[in-house]
Write a protein that binds this ligand. Structure first.
Ligand SMILES: [Zn+2]
Length: 124
């Protein structure tokens, strides 16, 4: 087993984001900001995993990642929104057709302490 104690960046805690679509549907997305371990493979034991430092060093960086994901990147496509809606409703099957027909009305950050902050709205 390797060294499992180095800790460059601090765990910011568990954040959530309330994703509200313009049609009133939505879901709550979890962001685990902690360090994690690499996975094993066919040839490498999971017990030899390496600790990876947390991806985000500040709330500001986390927020910019979230907004980019849902408004401009993969998360903005209908297929990903439908996957998230299905997962939130504990449904295995969903229509995975791509498109741009499900605009987001609002993104609200929920901090680990429960306080909330609106990080995106289509009303701007
Ligand atoms: Zn898509």
């Amino acid at each position: 087993m390797g060294e499992h104690t180095d800790d460059m960046n601090q765990d910011l805690g568990t954040y959530h984001v309330i994703v509200e679509l313009a049609d009133g549907r939505g879901w709550i997305h979890r962001y685990n900001t902690a360090a994690r371990y690499t996975g094993g493979t066919e040839h490498v034991s999971p017990l030899d995993a390496h600790r990876m430092t947390p991806v985000w060093e500040s709330e500001e960086r986390l927020v910019s990642t979230i907004v980019f994901h849902f408004i401009e990147n993969n998360g903005s496509c209908d297929c990903n929104k439908k996957r998230c809606l299905a997962a939130a409703a504990q449904q295995d099957e969903y229509d995975d057709e791509c498109g741009d027909t499900m605009p987001i009305a609002k993104l609200t950050l929920i901090r680990p302490d429960g306080s909330e902050k609106i990080i995106y709205t289509d009303e701007l």
